[in-house]
Design a protein around this ligand. Structure first.
Ligand code: 5GP
Length: 130
């Protein structure tokens, strides 16, 4: 059974897309820790990051770096944190999270955004991805 993220890649489930290339996709987390919380995923469906082939692993890091830099320029924060967990969705994803304090990385505090805020944010971050 395909993961929810494969369904997003295939367009069966909508997302607020930030950026995409042949092998990777970035979109906003639907239940964000902070405004701008973005997920970067390989289109290849693999559960655990350490099981990725080296080329995909390095490609995912390079893609996440590009998106993270765009996020940093778009959302005011002290820094952008990167985290890989995967306890909820068994499809490799890098969390990019604008951080102002430790609670932003704990996944215990969430913010809610309107559809318009999600749409505008995804567009604004995506426009800065080089
Ligand atoms: P993890 O697997 O790293 O513990 O967390 C999975 C993340 O994916 C969570 O932050 C959750 O909010 C996000 N997520 C789960 N389902 C969806 C979805 O259908 N769309 C989007 N955009 N994010 C999702």
């Amino acid at each position: 059974m395909p993961t929810i993220f494969t369904k997003i890649i295939n367009g069966e489930i909508p997302c607020f897309k930030v950026a995409e290339d042949e092998n990777f996709l970035a979109f906003l987390d639907i239940n964000p820790n902070a405004k701008g919380h973005t997920l970067c995923i390989p289109k290849k469906e693999v559960d655990k990051i350490l099981d990725l082939d080296e080329e995909t692993y390095i490609g995912l890091m390079a893609f996440s770096r590009k998106v993270g830099k765009a996020l940093q320029q778009t959302v005011a924060c002290k820094r952008v944190g990167m985290s890989v967990i995967g306890l909820e969705v068994p499809h490799v994803h890098v969390h990019l999270i604008p951080l102002n304090n430790m609670k932003d990385i704990t996944f215990q505090h969430k913010v809610s955004l309107s559809d318009k805020e999600f749409t505008d944010l995804a567009k604004a971050i995506g426009a800065k991805v080089e």
